[in-house]
Design a protein around this ligand. Structure first.
Ligand SMILES: Cc1ncc(COP(=O)(O)O)c(C=O)c1O
Length: 458
């Protein structure tokens, strides 16, 4: 394979943080690949804890009373639930299994937020029993909660009313203005069976201003509901804090230069379908910026409005808490020459890289970790990455990655920053391939990081 010129191939180098560097330096990745003999995910819970603390600090710096629920759907591992529990956070769950996992890994019932549409009656019963907060999505769901609280021994049932956003009128989540009016009436009629704690939303997309605007509307709704005699003291603004996988320059250069010739089979992606891999403000900085934003029709910041109204701000971040908290490793088991590039086959599937299933591509460059003792040539060696399945479309990376060495059979490919949704939301044991195990790597500050298997139950 001929050496190509570097500038010919758009690259997207991933940001690396203090939790990842010692793992890469320790040689542990190679050892784990040998131990598991197949693809595996590794998790860096110290990064999760650092993200959580930074968000809690953003709330307290803005003098805002707030509480963070980690959106568990973003990763199935137990370790993040354990870290949320010990870090003073709750969990956002959307199924009975997630609720069980959260309780089983140390989260108290009252620190659970139950989200999702038309919830399973079993989930609602568990939620009421354990005093979880339920983000009620429809009127019939509210009726079910009221009757569960009436018949069960535990009351009141704690609810937020989920609002259908004006800016996303086609969302299948939330209640319209008329439905909210009826819901408030039913909450009042239910008396002490229900504790109407406030309102919630979750917006698609990552823009901050629409979140600030809708949060202000929820505060107004709380004030009106209070006049009717309801508690209405909390608002949940859902998730959607953006994160940066790469720096601004790399991202904008990538978008400007990438074209179908850079992908296997001339695959064309719509750039608008790519996740925004760089965001000018991300994670806890995005939360701080949101609190400092001025919602429409007011001169006050969102933080001021929250404080003045005596509201507790609830958040349900998933991806942003998992930023830099894990990676996924595959072994190359085949290398084919194609016209001007190579086609690699790894020992796993793109089901372990979920972005590939949304008409899109997981773009951060995978890192090539050579395993062969003989030094490999250096230069630019473009290659796309396919899966070990019979599906033509099962590609981990359609893009021809500009590797710095020729990839060889037995070398490892490390996909960075996969903990948020990428690694496990779509996994299935297709072809009877086992699901990649999850390895928790802790104490990255020691000379030798330590590892163990995650304690996920199911
Ligand atoms: C209700 C709700 N809360 C929180 C989240 C988490 O969003 P993110 O991972 O973007 O922070 C989602 C994601 O779909 C959601 O639907």
């Amino acid at each position: 394979m001929e050496v190509a010129s570097a500038s010919q191939w758009p690259t997207l180098g991933a940001l690396r943080t203090p939790s990842m560097l010692p793992v890469l330096a320790s040689g542990l990745v190679t050892e784990l690949a040998y131990a598991f003999g197949g693809p595996f995910h590794f998790l860096l819970p110290d990064a999760f804890t650092a993200n959580l603390v930074a968000m809690q600090d953003a709330l307290s710096d803005a003098l805002v009373d707030g509480f963070i629920y980690y959106a568990k759907k973003a990763n199935k591992a137990a370790v993040f639930v354990e870290r949320a529990a010990t870090g003073g956070a709750g969990i956002d769950v959307a199924s009975a299994a997630e609720l069980r996992e959260a309780l089983g890994h140390g989260v108290r019932g009252e620190h659970l937020m139950v989200t999702g549409p038309a919830k399973d009656p079993h989930l609602l019963r568990l939620a009421v029993t354990h005093s979880a907060t339920i983000a009620v999505d429809a009127l019939d769901e509210l009726d079910q909660v009221i009757s569960l609280a009436l018949t069960g021994r535990v009351r009141p049932a704690r609810v937020l009313l989920r609002v259908l956003p004006d800016s996303q009128p086609h969302s299948r989540f939330g209640m319209s203005k008329d439905e909210l009016t009826t819901a408030l009436k039913r909450c009042l009629e239910a008396g002490d069976v229900i504790r109407m704690e406030g309102f919630s939303f979750h917006l698609s997309g990552y823009a901050l201003q629409p979140r600030a605007d809708l949060a202000a509307r929820l505060i107004d709704l709380c004030l009106t509901a209070r006049l009717q005699g309801l508690e209405a003291s909390r608002i949940s603004i859902g998730g959607g804090l953006p994160i940066s996988y790469t720096d601004a320059d790399s991202w904008h250069t990538f978008l400007a230069t990438q074209r179908p010739a850079h992908y296997h089979a001339n695959k064309a992606f719509t750039t608008g379908d790519f996740y925004p891999y760089h965001s000018p403000v991300a994670g806890s900085d995005a939360l701080a910026a949101l609190l400092a934003a001025r919602p429409e029709n007011t001169d006050s910041t969102l933080a001021d409005l929250i404080r003045d109204a005596g509201i507790e701000l609830l958040l349900e971040p998933g991806r942003a808490l998992l930023d830099q908290a894990g990676a996924t490793v595959f072994r190359i088991q085949g290398v084919k020459d194609r016209d001007g590039y190579q086609l690699l086959t790894v020992d796993g599937t793109s089901l372990s890289l979920s972005e590939q299933w949304f008409n899109s591509e997981y773009l951060p460059d995978p890192l090539l970790i050579p395993q062969n003792q003989n030094p490999a040539a250096t230069g630019v060696f473009p290659a796309s990455v396919g899966a070990a399945t019979c599906l033509e479309s099962d590609m981990l990376t359609w893009r021809k990655i500009a590797f710095p060495h020729p990839p060889r059979v037995g070398d490892l490919l490390l996909y960075p920053n996969t903990a948020g949704y990428q690694m496990d939301s779509n996994e299935s044991p297709f072809h009877d391939l086992p699901l990649p195990p999850k390895v928790v790597i802790e104490h990255t500050d020691r000379t030798r990081p330590r590892w163990r298997l995650d304690r996920h139950f199911t």
